[in-house]
Design a protein around this ligand. Structure first.
Ligand code: HXC
Length: 519
């Protein structure tokens, strides 16, 4: 890109440079981008923001070229940066342009990203990264690696200050995956994107395994198995729409509250069907989503990581117009037990909500932690401790509703009174106990049962006795461990009233640099 020609005025030079930047990698590369089913970096920005609200920075910035003797300089250096509005609220963005050197990240490219990240933190606005890049620009060597480090540094400094969202809309390899991994939520487009630390060719060289990019790090793998990705979408357009939807639930920074949105759903709406949600047989499952969609405003719920660790449900909804973070056991999957993945998934979600002033509500039906060597050897002790730690340290308003099982350590972990949730309720169907009736009877009456004439009859008698004594919420209510036993149909109303009363909650922990969550 030359700065001027002999006869250009400055105005003409500006027009020409702008046009060069807008042309990006040229018509042929833009065509290839579309043929891959991907939008261009600029088209994505247009769809992400309110009409006409995008303002670009550094369109004219170019790089210095690389040590490999690449003398070309690229208008905009392969990334578009600036700010725009989502539903009228300002957000900073960088959108990598794959048509320019494969969107690879060089020094100037990274400086542009760092500039908007710095501004985002300074003004308290969220930052969204639209990633479509071949990773560190190979020609720039260590300068490209240093540049990545600057971005990681800013990701960490911005964590818990402004929401950071990453969207994977093309390849994302090597160290490039670690910036998205630090951010709060990762979106991924199916089929056209992938994420891995080392790609299929390196995998083959090192481990002799043949695997496609999709199977190694596609959206399905990361949405269901690894838990790296929080939301997946079938294409760029729907993905960008989902990012806008997520933003409707979030504040712009850690000093603000999420915007109120009145969906015109009466606060005192009761749902009599909830009185019959819990099956008579305690071993029978039901779908926790019925409760979730029943109580939330307008039956609107944005589930986070819906395909990963499905035995726990996390997501955003509204009660009385206010955003809440919801964590619910799902009895329909693995009976709703807490396992390694569920603990980590919910722990991170709880910490996000706490960092950004979003009240937490737990809907509890948990039979315990998943037993067995797989889970024990996989670290259920330290992973379960993450969720315990996250709920315990959270200072936002915290409410729990125990709808059925609340057994043992898992009961304590799931935002119980004993780790200082603010208000908790139980349905009449709640069973709060050290363990389930059968396991308990077998442990405490083992000798009697073994020596009985009819061991099975005695076991059943002991189970029933235990159930009558412990498998209800009344003993806990007598102790004051439950603030009220409520009719299921009133759950929505009670939660909205409780959120109102907790509005002014203040909580300050002891002075310290930071706690030491069991990572
Ligand atoms: C420089 C790159 C590049 C890179 C792609 N290009 N990646 N240029 N540095 N990292 C260029 C290509 O040379 C090509 O230029 C153009 O971008 C488009 O690339 P293609 O290969 O033609 O596209 P496609 O077939 O779609 O393949 C995309 C790709 C592949 C899968 C991303 O290009 C690829 O594997 N790139 C290398 C990925 C990688 O290993 N990156 C380094 C990761 S390590 P022309 O001029 O021909 O159009 C890393 C370390 C970070 O990132 C560490 C941080 C701590």
């Amino acid at each position: 890109m030359s700065m001027d020609t002999p006869f250009d005025t400055n105005l003409e030079t500006l027009e020409r440079l702008r046009a060069e930047a807008a042309a990006a990698g040229g018509a042929e590369k833009l065509k290839i981008q579309h043929e891959k089913g991907k939008l261009t970096a600029r088209e994505r920005i247009e769809l992400l923001f309110d009409d006409g609200s995008f303002e670009e920075f550094d369109a004219l910035k170019t790089g210095r070229g690389g040590a490999l003797g690449d003398e070309r300089s690229y208008p905009g250096d392969g990334v578009i940066t600036g700010h725009g509005a989502i539903d009228g609220r300002e957000v900073f963005v960088f959108s990598q342009d794959f048509t320019v050197v494969g969107g690879s990240l060089g020094e100037a490219h990274a400086q542009k990203i760092c500039k908007v990240m710095d501004l985002a933190v300074r003004v308290g606005a969220p930052i969204i990264g639209l990633n479509d890049s071949g990773g560190a620009r190979i020609q720039e060597g260590v300068d490209a690696l240093a540049a990545y480090g600057e971005i990681f540094h800013r990701n960490v400094r911005a964590s818990g200050v402004v929401p950071q969202i990453s969207c994977i809309m093309g390849p994302c390899a090597g160290g490039a995956v670690y910036s998205p991994a630090i951010t709060d939520f990762v979106f991924m487009v199916q089929d056209s994107s992938c994420m891995f630390v080392t790609g299929p060719s390196v995998v083959k060289t090192v481990t002799h395994q043949e695997i496609s990019a999709e199977d190694l790090g596609g959206a399905v793998v990361h949405g269901k198995k690894s838990g790296v990705v929080h939301f997946t979408a079938p294409n760029d357009v729907l993905c960008l729409r989902e990012i806008r939807r997520l933003f409707s639930y979030l504040p712009s920074n850690n000093r603000q509250r999420a915007p109120l949105l009145d969906l015109r759903d009466p606060a005192n709406r009761v749902d009599p069907a909830l009185d019959y949600l819990i099956p008579d047989n305690p071993n029978q499952t039901y779908d926790m989503n019925i409760l979730i969609y029943s109580i939330l405003d307008g039956a609107e719920f944005m589930e986070v990581q819906p395909g990963f660790a499905r035995n726990i449900i996390c997501g955003f909804g509204r009660l009385g117009g206010q955003t809440i973070g919801l964590v619910a056991n799902q009895p329909a999957v693995l009976a709703g037990v807490l396992d390694n993945d569920a603990s980590v998934k919910a722990g991170r979600f709880v910490r996000f909500c706490d960092a950004f002033n979003i009240p937490l509500i737990a809907l509890v039906d948990v039979p315990g932690f998943m037993p067995g060597p797989d889970q024990e050897h996989g670290g259920i002790i330290r992973h379960g401790a993450k969720l315990l730690y996250a709920f315990t340290e959270a200072t936002v308003p915290r409410i729990s509703v125990i709808v059925r099982k609340a057994y043992g350590g898992a009961y304590l972990v799931m935002n119980s009174k004993h780790i200082h949730c603010d208000v908790n309720y139980a349905w009449p169907t709640a069973e709060i106990a050290v363990m389930g009736p059968k396991g308990a009877a077998e442990v405490i009456f083992r000798k009697e049962i073994h020596s009985a004439d009819d061991p099975e009859a005695l076991l059943n008698e002991k189970i029933n006795h235990y159930r009558r004594t412990f498998a209800n919420p009344f003993l806990a209510a007598q102790r004051g461990y439950i603030d009220d036993v409520i009719f299921p149909r009133d759950t929505r109303h009670r939660l909205i009233r409780t959120l109102q009363v907790l509005e002014g909650k203040t909580a300050k922990g002891p002075e310290r640099k930071h706690g030491n969550i069991p990572l």
